[in-house]
Design a protein around this ligand. Sequence first.
Ligand SMILES: Cc1ncc(COP(=O)(O)O)c(C=O)c1O
Length: 384
Amino acid sequence: MPGSVFALMDAAKGRARAAGLSVIDLSIGSSDQNPPEPALEALREATRDPQTYRYPLFSDTRPLREAAAAYLGRRFGLRLDAETELLPLIGAQEGLAHLLLAVTDPGDTLLLPDPCYPPYLGAVAVAGLSVVTLPLPPERGFLPDLSAVPKDIHPRALLLNYPNNPTSAVADAAFFREVAEWCRARGTLLIHDHPYAELTFGDYRAPSALEAGTEGVVELHSLSKTHHLGGFRVGFAAGDRHAVAALARVKGAVDFHPYLGIQRAAAVALGLPDEVSRAGARIFEARRDALVPALREIGWEVALPQASMYVWARVPGLTDSVTYAVRAAETTGVALSPGQAFGEQGEGFVRFALVQPPEVLGEAARRLATVPVSVEPTLQPVAP
Ligand SMILES: Cc1ncc(COP(=O)(O)O)c(C=O)c1O
């Protein structure tokens, strides 16, 4: 959420607590699950190894780069060169901000979806980019229509994210092939932010944009959601070797890669059987299965997400999601993210982060049934 909306929601939660309400905070998408034990054990062991105490150099990142390449091979059938096509990140968010600095010049155009993960806007501002908005219409399954991009626009990069935050929408491999082709024809770098790659439900498995080829495509992976390592700050960039090399040059001026112990933990996590991340995903799936019917019961229009840790719900009759979310928090203790915080196209929606057990989510829906969507303006005395 942009700082101002975040502050408003924080204050509303504070007022709810002061009024004696129990707060159900569904406004922040931070996993409440624990990282896999073997990853934690690798980190504990690393802290006892003095070899990990020094600055990690690029060559020290090789085991994590190889683990990432093996994961991408096993999971998506990709064959990436760990030396030139992979780079550890201090989280996908760090990676994106530095990637934009690395592959663009100030004033370049970036195609950015609306709605989108709000920190994208900060990364765009840091890089001094000019944004052309790509609406994600609900009737297109929240996929952009690239044929609507004016022909005289020459974007340096296009940023996408599926499974999507905030909409939970998913995209198939054919979509990525089409988008990659569109980008290659224009010399536009396709950046795919992929932190929810393993947070998928039922038989659905998310593809990688790199299945469309690595040339002109960079994908940002994160262990924050897939392995619940959000606080450890670790992920990796994969794909186009020129973009990865440019990113490495920028990062070389800024950081020394994640702590080696965290790299070892991440490498262990990436090597675990798929069942480990599947089990984590099933926890979010059970929560989805509790919240969606409960919201439909109170008359809301909600699709059943196939992935991510969010439910994106259109609230019937809603025109001011920020006022609504503040009112809901103050009067019921249920804290949500207002759709408007994710962009203009998000107005009329709210986002639930599935970060509470199923029974608490059901309770949240029941409380929301009591919140008026719009409040009649206070009657002003009529002047005589
Ligand atoms: C779309 C998206 N990208 C990136 C991130 C942050 O990932 P990381 O923790 O790896 O920086 C998030 C976290 O919510 C996200 O939703």
